[in-house]
Design a protein around this ligand. Structure first.
Ligand SMILES: Cc1cc2nc3c(=O)[nH]c(=O)nc-3n(C[C@H](O)[C@H](O)[C@H](O)COP(=O)(O)O)c2cc1C
Length: 438
């Protein structure tokens, strides 16, 4: 039974048509979720980053990092050391960030207090690249230029992305400094091992801009799923008819991949069993590529015992050709029938295990969304099911969801899929913790 929500204004919503009697309650719920979503976004997406660039070859990657952060809605203020300006010009970073770059603590235009003001306005300071020299200064609390002073005078989190030659990285002095910074609560992003600008190969390569951007975003997410093993599926499956033809569906995998990313950001260890999609795996997520429903079922079954949570987002083909042809079927004028047999129901089989993980299902329906979704949740005894209209969800960058659980229905109004994934997972995390305490 849906209850009236206090302080929530009524507004018309497309999914109201699905349940004429309860439509106004759903609209009220939609408004409440909108408020929650905004709150989540505000809390999880700090808007102001002070990006400090120090004097290493990897400074060129900082330009791409500014672009990626700006694209995700962050306001980026860049500050550079004098050495950094030898590697990349402030002009480039000013153009990308849209703000004049801070380089000089004696600059009169910065009202003489830039060393404190700029850091105070930030939700986080990120140093990328962080030279061995700058890490040493941070570890010892030196403040002999604008950027090091900003760091010392900050009242926000500090993240550093070391970048240096392998010997510099391995030097006990550098390692001592890093240990000190970690003990001081500084987050250290990377480095990676690989080919370095000096021609050597080894530890010290700065993470790529996409990895850094993901790490920065993840840093601010509430760790609601810390310590949780999350197993999930995404994308379509492909069932061969013959050597070149097959049955599949229009699932792009975007919703599933957004959930994988959001779960990783919330601290979960994520294993993503994925059908064929044109997406790259989110940073830090283990992807198991599969093609058919049988392969997907096998990959999930092998990992189910270790999973605390299982989310079935994949649009698994319900049927597969009974006897796929090894060779291409030759065209003829005669009608062709393909006998189909049912595929295993992955979600139902995992949900019915003796020690089943907390199972979440997805329902994509083209009609009677409420009726079919509720029937699916009941039949599979799922604590939580997310339903969406196939016509508007599949392949799109945004979506709207209705969550069904023991408390009723919760409408998540249209938003981009990552935003929806975060709200869905926050809801899931509450139910999961509640279930564990019960
Ligand atoms: C061509 C060149 C490349 C350099 N690359 C790096 C590097 O990748 N990492 C590093 O820690 N230092 C590197 N250095 C040394 C730093 O630029 C030097 O220690 C400088 O004083 C750092 O100043 P800052 O920490 O104030 O930016 C490089 C120097 C040169 C000349």
């Amino acid at each position: 039974m849906l209850r009236r929500q206090k302080n929530c204004r009524h507004e018309t919503h497309p999914l109201e048509n699905e349940v004429p009697r309860e439509g106004h309650y759903l609209a009220a719920l939609a408004q409440c979720f909108l408020v929650n979503m905004r709150a989540i976004m505000k809390q999880e997406n700090p808007k102001r980053i002070l990006l400090g660039i120090t004097g290493g070859i990897a400074a060129y990657k900082a330009a791409e990092l500014v672009r990626l952060l700006a694209k995700q809605g962050y306001a980026v203020q860049v500050a550079m050391t004098q050495a950094a300006t030898q590697f990349i010009t402030p002009t480039t970073l000013q153009a990308l960030s849209g703000h004049p770059v801070l380089t000089d603590q004696w600059d009169a235009a910065a009202n003489g207090m830039a060393h404190i003001e700029s850091g105070r306005a930030a939700d986080a300071i990120v140093i990328a690249p962080a030279t061995a020299d700058f890490l040493a200064k941070l570890a010892h609390g030196l403040a002999d230029d604008l950027l090091s002073t900003l760091c010392l005078a900050r009242d926000c989190p500090l993240l550093v992305a070391p970048a240096m030659n392998t010997q510099m990285w391995a030097n006990p002095a550098t390692q001592r400094n890093l240990a000190q910074l970690a003990a001081d609560g500084v987050s250290i992003l990377g480095p990676a091992s690989g080919e370095l600008a000096c021609g050597e190969t080894g530890m010290g390569r700065m993470l790529e801009a996409t990895e850094l951007a993901a790490g920065i975003v993840a840093h601010f997410q509430p760790k609601l799923l810390a310590g949780v093993n999350l197993l999930m599926t995404a994308g379509p499956t492909y069932e061969a008819i013959d050597a070149v033809r097959g049955i599949t569906n229009r699932s792009s995998g975007k919703m599933g991949y957004a959930i994988a990313q959001a779960a990783r950001e919330m601290g979960a260890t994520v294993t993503l069993v994925s059908g064929p999609v044109a997406l790259t795996a989110p940073v830090g997520v283990e992807r198991i590529p599969v093609e058919t429903a049988l392969e997907m079922a096998d990959a999930v079954n092998r990992r189910a015992a270790r999973a605390d949570i299982f989310i079935g987002v994949a649009a698994v083909a319900d049927y597969r050709p009974a006897t796929p042809n090894e060779q291409k079927i030759k065209k003829s004028d005669a009608p062709l029938s393909v006998a189909l047999i049912p595929n295993p129901d992955i979600l139902a089989s995992i949900a019915s295990l003796p020690n089943a993980p907390f199972c979440v299902g997805f329902a994509a329906e083209s009609e009677k969304l409420h009726e079919y979704a509720q029937a699916k949740r009941r039949a599979k005894r799922l604590p939580l099911l997310a339903a969406n209209l196939a016509q508007t969800a599949i392949g799109a960058d945004d979506n709207e969801l209705i969550l069904f659980d023991d408390d009723g229905e919760h409408l998540l109004p249209r938003a981009d899929k990552l935003t929806l994934a975060r709200v869905l997972l926050a809801h899931l995390a509450r139910l999961y913790r509640k279930g564990r305490l019960a």
